[in-house]
Design a protein around this ligand. Structure first.
Ligand SMILES: [Mg+2]
Length: 402
């Protein structure tokens, strides 16, 4: 069996998605998500100019060898663009292999380790009353775990908070918009938000929060400590993870569980945090960390240290990634939770899928492969539009982490 076509499909049904479709000489095809929010065209070029021509004539069943060829075989390793492109190839090949085996992907991985997949969704508002309403709505929809973000008094635009009446979408402009940040105002405000959420909704609901890399290590230690009475499921990305030693400082000060890794690309980015038991959840995703092949290795390493998975699942990851992630989650023994930000209905139309939500949990469905398709005709009606993520500045104008 040979690969005879590898085609990149770019569409923008409300936001940009890049999809790789690999077809064999026997007519079997597989698809993989290749979306890198705000840098989509870089991955398109990487695939079209380099990886796709190298795939022609190869046996699609040799997933491991092809993964090694693109990772180990090249001089320039790692990096977001490179690993997203490799992930797209890998996901499409697993889809093909599962179709050839006439199995849903999770069966090929080793079968399911659980009956259903716990997911968390997002609730946000411009202030505490609006955020409490959003939490109530998510709870009514059946979610058992909710990420809570709120506007901060005195800070005009905050990460994770939607514009009035709209769903949250951070990539909001042709060129990056600018936001303002105050760690002091945030730190003084946040514990009161979680106190009110716990007071209104009780102890059973899982609560999560994303700091989005904004704090220094000692500030993150303070926040984790002050949030302890509200027993969060996790505090995410408290400080940038380039300096992984910094997490030792946070750990010394708090028992609030920590989740990191949505921007990591390889197992090497995760290694120090996992081996030193500095985190509780690893958030690497199928699409940005080199595909199923790579994610399995990360999860296996994490399992040695009681670290569980909690894959990134924002709306900038296409339903193709979500489908593959849910098969992975169904199998992975050390599963923790899966993020789920619902896509707009038009996105679900462009990417018909077998996975479904059922009372706070997901199941991947029993279609062969990963169970996600792309309607190419419909996708063609929504051409690419450049959309950038914002940048962030402190009140005095200093550029800060977004
Ligand atoms: Mg995050």
């Amino acid at each position: 069996m040979k690969i005879v076509e590898a085609k990149v499909i770019v569409c923008c049904p409300g936001r940009n998605f890049v999809t790789l479709k690999i077809t064999t000489d026997e007519g079997v095809y597989g698809i993989g998500d290749a979306t890198l929010n705000g840098r989509e065209k870089a991955v398109v070029s990487f695939l079209e100019d380099y990886l796709c021509p190298m795939l022609m004539g190869r046996d699609p069943q040799q997933i491991e060898d092809i993964w090694q060829y693109f990772y180990r075989g090249v001089y320039w390793r790692r990096g977001a663009v490179n690993m997203t492109a490799i992930a797209a190839v890998d996901t499409a090949l697993w889809d093909i292999k599962a179709k050839l085996a006439n199995m849903p992907l999770y069966q090929l991985l080793g079968g399911r380790s659980r009956d259903r997949i716990l997911v968390y969704t997002h609730a946000n508002g411009k202030d505490i009353p609006q955020t409490l309403e959003a939490v109530a709505k998510a709870k009514e929809a059946g979610y058992k775990a909710i990420r809570v973000q709120s506007g901060i008094p005195g800070v005009e635009k905050t990460y994770g908070v939607a514009k009035e009446g709209k769903n949250y979408e951070p990539a909001d402009a042709d060129l990056p918009s600018e936001e303002m940040w105050s760690s002091e105002k945030y730190l003084n405000f946040l514990p009161s938000l979680f106190a009110q959420v716990r007071e209104q909704f009780g102890d059973d609901l899982h609560l999560l929060h994303d700091v989005h890399h904004r704090l220094s290590p000692i500030e993150a230690g303070r926040l984790g400590k002050e949030l302890e009475p509200f027993h969060l499921f996790w505090m995410e990305d408290p400080t940038p993870a380039e300096n992984q030693e910094a997490f030792k400082l946070i750990r010394q000060h708090t028992t609030t569980p920590l989740a990191v890794g949505e921007i990591f690309n390889t197992i090497h980015d995760c290694r120090e945090l996992i081996q030193n038991q500095l985190i509780d959840y690893i958030r690497t995703s199928v699409v940005h960390a080199g595909g199923i092949t790579s994610l399995r290795r990360i999860a296996d390493l994490a399992s040695l240290y009681q670290v569980r998975t909690g894959s990134h699942g924002a709306t900038d990851l296409s339903p193709v990634c979500m489908g593959a992630a849910l098969h992975f989650d169904y199998w992975v023994p050390n599963f923790g939770i899966q993020e789920h930000m619902p896509h707009q209905p038009i996105v679900d139309e462009v990417f018909p899928h077998a996975y479904r939500f059922d009372d706070g949990y997901f199941v991947p469905g029993d279609s062969v492969g990963h169970g996600v398709e792309i309607d190419e005709k419909l996708a063609a009606k929504y051409p690419y539009k450049r959309m950038c993520l914002p940048v962030n500045r402190l009140e005095d104008g200093t550029l800060w982490n977004w």
